[in-house]
Design a protein around this ligand. Sequence first.
Ligand SMILES: *Cc1c(COP(=O)(O)O)cnc(C)c1O
Length: 402
Amino acid sequence: MNDISAQLDRLRDAGLYRRTRLISGPQGPRVMLDGKPVLLLCSNNYLGFADHPRVRQAAADAAMRWGVGAGASRLVSGTMTIHERLEQRLAAFEGTESCILFGSGYLANVGVLCALGVAGQTIFSDALNHASIIDGCRLARAETFVYDHCDLRHLEWALREHGREGDVIVTDSVFSMDGDIAPLAGIVELARRHGARVVVDEAHATGALGPGGRGAIAEAGLDGQVDVLVGTLSKSLGSYGGYVCASREITELLLNSARALIFSTALPPPVAAGALAALELLIEQPLRPAKLQATAALLRSELAAAGIAAPSGRTQIVPLIVGDADAAVRLSQAALARGVFAQAIRPPTVPPGSSRLRLTVMASHTASELAGAVTALSEAAREVGASLAGEPALAEPVARAA
Ligand SMILES: *Cc1c(COP(=O)(O)O)cnc(C)c1O
């Protein structure tokens, strides 16, 4: 029997029960949360484009010009001029031959992995890849092999044992819950040796890393050497939707076989126009990503000065590993009582035993806001008896895509 209230009770007992919180107003560095002003330290609106006046205006104009909905799938009657323009600009920005939009980053990963991961092939997937990649692996006809997090030797062994020409290696570039960066050069090299294709998810890298915010692939000097770049319009680009940059042949295959694209309505025109305006701002203001990096470095040094251990790293995602799910929630609540909103992240988003507060900074956070946040986090940790000073070793990677 499938008893729903028992399922909910089990989640509560395990400290894994979730609820949403109500934010009023836009996703700025400070928001009203459930009616109370707080510092927002868990939004992916890294560059402030979600509420930028030019982005808002572009979305509003598009709504007046083209309406709100796209009306149908891209393949039926849903391809509009704004979609084509955004795809052209994204391909030019990423330096690829072609680009195709998806309804979200989640759908883009599912679509790509199902289209490339055909029966008889294997998808090699990092143990800490995003849930949308895990779900793409589950839906694809290919087998999945989960290699240890960022472990090139394990990946190489797996390719030698199980690899075939045309297999797929897929990785986040910046890992969404840990903020570390995949060893992209090594992955590309292994793929070349074994005839595999490389899919890199730049969701948290676009606008944050690399020259002009072009991501981790560009930063590693690997332009043109990754088969498929998956991106989202919903983080640094402040809007909503996913995209895939690749060769024309691959985007043609996606248009013809990615069910997540074929059977889902095209992006709403205001959403596409907002993303396009944000992309233009990013291109015009290539120093915004550097400001984000500087802000992240500031938070990391404030944490270190307060004796709070964060894993060494340099991105805008800073996890404070607590361990126990319940303790992470209590810490989050105690921080909130001090005006700092940092979300507790628990299984299955992260492996059991590695629950955490995942802090994300925005380019617009000020030094005094961050200093105040670190004081609040220290006090909160003391109040709930959570230790944030220990070695924050990442938990044993588990085979989440199994
Ligand atoms: C957020 C995220 C996605 C999903 O993107 P959406 O556009 O929000 O659906 C995919 N991959 C990674 C690594 C992400 O962090």
